[in-house]
Design a protein around this ligand. Structure first.
Ligand SMILES: [Cu+2]
Length: 152
């Protein structure tokens, strides 16, 4: 009886962690853009758990493709470097990942609908462990640029 109870507890714990890693999201937002164009999503994500969070990709139902990019300056020219599997975005416990114009961003490539100022877009971050982090980003105009990636 005791054993069965323990098993049940472990199972339910596992499913809780699998569905939602312990994170806090701050100010997720995306740039407005027309259908067919690109946009970018920015946010701050704090790892509230006790294990490193490894972000390996993202999904969005409003674009054909989603990539994780980082804007870097190479000899005075800003370039976007796509995140590759060998260099995922790792957020250690207590650390905050900053996605901001001119730095890391989730790039929405080939919008299948227009992102209108004042609306929202749903983006899902995928972790190495198979977890999903749902992000509801407010569509709004923001300061700064991210190079040529998002057309603003
Ligand atoms: Cu980009």
């Amino acid at each position: 009886m005791f054993l069965r109870l323990v098993c049940f507890c472990m199972l339910s714990l596992t499913s809780v962690f699998a569905s939602s890693p312990s994170v806090s999201l701050e100010k997720p937002w995306a740039r407005p853009a027309d259908i067919g164009y690109n946009s970018a999503v920015y946010l701050r994500l704090e790892n509230k758990g006790d294990a490193p969070l490894v972000i390996v990709g993202a999904l969005c139902d409003a674009s054909k493709k989603v990539e994780l990019h980082e804007t870097v300056e190479v000899e005075g020219v800003s370039k976007m470097i796509p995140m590759d599997a060998a260099h995922p975005w790792t957020v250690t416990p207590g650390e905050t990942l900053h996605l901001a114009p001119g730095g890391k961003h989730v790039m929405l490539i080939g919008l299948t609908r227009a992102l209108e100022n004042g609306e929202e877009v749903l983006v899902t971050l995928l972790t190495k462990d198979g977890d999903k982090i749902a992000v509801r980003a407010a569509i709004q105009k923001g300061a700064g640029t991210c190079g040529s990636c998002c057309g603003s």
